[in-house]
Design a protein around this ligand. Structure first.
Ligand SMILES: Cc1cc2nc3c(=O)[nH]c(=O)nc-3n(C[C@H](O)[C@H](O)[C@H](O)COP(=O)(O)OP(=O)(O)OC[C@H]3O[C@@H](n4cnc5c(N)ncnc54)[C@H](O)[C@@H]3O)c2cc1C
Length: 303
């Protein structure tokens, strides 16, 4: 007789064309390289596959979508429910007139390079943001005075029931590092507006962005970028510096010496170290400046 086995979440999920992985490690899918597994990871084969999945998914199954995890801290006990990773099937870029349409799995870097190739200006800032279009829409990503809302034309998203929505800028409700689209909606693509420009000037601006980053931010390290949002009128890094947190360590986690709004996994850190370090920074800044820092990095999963 075949021994009885407990029913797992995987057994209850809709039949799809893409791949499911049970207890899938997430650490290698996020920039910090820490954190526990996804109960189930789903990589849809295409939009139709994603829609079939959503239309047939039980309403009580927790759903999380990730890009390349450059703004995520995955807690050590992992993420319950299904984690969706869009990836390559959502990586197309098309340019028509001055409009650039990119799949939500496309990297911001690829979008910036396509705009350069088409001599379109306005998207240079995306060169320096190490995420995907999906993550950029969710966080209204920005740098050096420009953000997604400045070049946004429209986006498409599936809601939790698999219905397609075409979203205007006002529906996106962009504000500093956020949009107001429900957390369980999944962006599938976006259209951005470029302005015809001089290719050499666009290239020079992109090179300048890269040089500034190299000079001011820790590079090629395990980090999640800026940890805290800048409070109105103040730079978070300055408050952190003034609170004496530059170089502060908890376990294998360290406040970057080069840019103290960046936390770094020096190698052996777990997510609990990074989160504890972030909370200690918040405590010290509150004590020294009376300001409560708000996390920009999103923490997901179970402690
Ligand atoms: C070295 C470094 C430098 C950085 N510099 C900047 C910077 O200058 N400016 C800036 O704004 N950010 C910066 N970041 C943060 C990060 O790159 C951005 O927030 C980026 O937009 C996140 O994209 P992602 O694909 O990695 O998303 P993830 O980190 O994977 O996810 C972030 C959020 O987006 C959601 N999401 C992802 N894809 C989708 C989708 N398809 N549909 C719906 N929701 C989705 C996730 O659920 C989550 O809520 C930096 C990070 C690092 C590591």
């Amino acid at each position: 007789m075949i021994p009885a086995r407990n029913i797992t979440l995987l057994d209850t999920l809709p039949k799809v064309a893409g791949g499911y992985t049970e207890r899938a490690p997430l650490a290698n899918l996020v920039w910090f390289r820490t954190g526990g597994p996804a109960e189930v990871l789903f990589r849809p084969r295409d939009e139709a596959d994603l829609q079939t999945f959503l239309k047939n998914l039980g309403a009580d199954v927790p759903l999380t979508v990730i890009g390349v995890g450059s703004n995520l801290l995955v807690r050590d006990r992992g993420v319950r429910g299904v984690v969706i990773k869009l990836g390559k099937p959502f990586g197309n870029i098309e340019i028509e007139d001055n409009l650039i349409t990119a799949g939500a799995g496309t990297t911001d870097l690829a979008v910036a390079h396509s705009a350069l190739a088409a001599s379109l200006t306005g998207l240079e800032f995306m060169r320096g943001i190490p995420g995907t279009v999906g993550g950029a829409l969710r966080t209204n990503a920005g740098a050096y005075g420009t953000e997604i809302s400045d070049i946004f034309q429209s986006a498409t998203a599936f809601d939790r029931d698999g219905e397609v929505h075409t979203l205007s800028a006002s529906e996106m409700g962009f504000s500093y590092r956020s949009s107001k689209i429900p957390a369980d909606w999944i962006f599938t693509s976006a259209t951005f507006r470029g302005t015809p420009g001089d290719q050499k000037t666009i290239k020079a601006k992109m090179d300048q962005i890269q040089m500034t980053r190299e000079a001011t931010q820790p590079m090629r390290v395990r980090t999640g970028g800026s940890t805290f949002k800048n409070p109105e009128g103040i730079k978070a890094w300055r408050l952190i510096d003034q609170a004496g947190c530059r170089g502060l360590e908890v376990g294998g986690a360290r406040v970057s010496e080069k840019h103290c709004n960046f936390l770094i996994n020096t190698g052996p850190a777990c997510s609990a170290d990074l989160e504890a370090l972030g909370e200690e920074v918040r405590r010290r800044v509150k004590q020294s400046a009376g300001v409560t820092l708000e996390w920009e990095i999103e923490r997901i999963g179970e402690r």
